[in-house]
Write a protein that binds this ligand. Structure first.
Ligand code: AOS
Ligand code: ZN
Ligand code: ZN
Length: 388
């Protein structure tokens, strides 16, 4: 029996998930980086690999860049290259965490010269965004302190506001800034943007073009992330997602791998709060594939998001609302769980085929020989990702 109605399938056509360029480069832990044969040697090859994911799924039309990891001489050429392969360039991620000058902070640093350097880096990213056609500048700050008393928490918050204001003033009319939060790491005592509340307070003080970025891996264990999703959508301040999975800390594993039920709950709130095709929200992945092949890792990821979206769309919302109204605790929960336990995979496979896509994108990509080809063609892949 079919589980997904034509309306649901029609809705799914609008789903778009942005891939991170760094997912295609080698990455690892502080213990070891295992390299993969055929790893991209430059940003062009990262884009080529990302385009493969879209080719087999039609789910990932944009690729997020990271500056300086994706620095090139000519961004117009990179953009044209991407467009030739059927994808566009998306969010630009800044980097203020790999320079000695930033040891004690960047946008919050006590020294105005260091703040200047960090602000200028963001202004350079905005300039690049004009050339790549990107809408969003994503700011994740590695700033904080390790010991109580080490830093002036309040002074840093004030300086953060001043620095962000200058970056915000540099945005074009169609551009936005999204501020990501993270509760710890690399700083272990305090982080300057640790939670959604701080990110919200900072972006609200800037204006309409500043929003919050929610990385699913950046919360303490047990946090009700879907509640935060609901609240930010309700406030009109959810700018983007960084989807991934975590078992322990910021593991950056394949989204939906560790806790598919959590992903389902998040996507339910996304649908409830404006939809997963909401143009104001960038649905990005922020993942690293340390031991698995990278392109299949990304294909699996976008399929996981699609699958949980389909399940969330199949919730009988009328029955759920009625059960909620009448105080039917277990009835409401059963309606919710029925949708979660529905296996939508056969329906999605048939639907893919009806649109000229492979029923099983993982198998089709594996059979294409692409991985073997790049392993032969590309020699000397760089570590693109953390530490590049
Ligand atoms: C770091 O923990 C954050 O998740 C960042 O969003 C991201 O991984 C980094 O900015 C890569 O560009
Ligand atoms: Zn992130
Ligand atoms: Zn992270």
């Amino acid at each position: 029996m079919s589980t997904l109605t034509p309306e649901i399938l029609g809705e799914l056509e609008h789903q778009a998930i942005e891939l991170p360029s760094w997912a295609f480069g080698n990455s690892g832990t502080r213990f070891k980086v295992f390299s993969t044969p055929g790893t991209p040697r430059d940003p062009f090859e990262k884009i080529a690999d990302a385009a493969q994911v879209n080719r087999y799924t039609h789910l990932s039309p944009t690729v997020a860049l990271h500056i300086p990891w994706d620095k090139v001489d000519n961004y117009i050429r990179l953009r044209a290259y991407a467009e030739d392969l059927g994808v566009s360039l998306g969010t630009v991620n800044s980097n203020t965490f790999q320079d000695d000058d930033y040891k004690f902070g960047a946008l919050t640093h006590e020294d105005a010269a260091v703040r200047r350097k960090a602000i200028d880096h963001h202004l350079e990213c905005i300039e690049i965004m004009h050339q790549t056609g990107s809408r969003d500048l994503k700011i994740w700050l590695a700033e904080g302190s390790n010991y109580p008393g080490q830093a002036d928490l309040r002074g840093r918050q004030d300086r953060l506001h001043e620095s962000l204001s200058e970056i915000y003033a540099g945005l074009g009319d169609e551009q936005r800034l999204v501020l990501e939060y993270k509760f710890f790491e690399p700083a272990f005592y305090h982080t300057d943007v640790p939670d959604w509340g701080t990110s919200y307070v900072q972006v609200a003080a800037l204006g309409d073009k500043a929003m919050v970025c929610l990385d699913t891996g950046h919360h303490a264990p047990g946090t009700n992330i879907e509640f935060i999703v609901m609240q930010l959508l309700r406030l009109g301040k959810l700018g983007s997602f960084d989807f991934n999975s975590r078992f322990y800390a910021d593991d950056d594993l394949i989204v939906g791998a560790a806790d598919p039920f959590q992903l389902f709950r998040i996507l339910y709130e996304v649908i409830r709060g404006g939809g997963y095709a909401n143009p104001d929200v960038a649905f990005m992945l922020d993942q690293c594939h340390n031991i698995e092949d990278k392109i299949p890792g990304q294909i699996r990821s976008v399929l996981n998001v699609q699958e949980m979206t389909a399940r969330a769309l199949s919730i009988d919302t009328e029955a759920l609302a009625a059960a909620q109204k009448s105080g039917d605790v277990l009835g409401a929960n059963a309606i919710f769980m029925d949708a979660f336990y529905t296996d939508v995979r056969p329906d999605l496979a048939a639907w893919r085929e009806s649109r000229g896509l492979p029923a099983d994108p993982m198998a089709a990509f594996a059979a294409s020989g692409y991985l073997q080809r790049i392993a032969e063609e590309r020699v000397g892949g760089v570590q693109a990702g953390w530490g590049a």
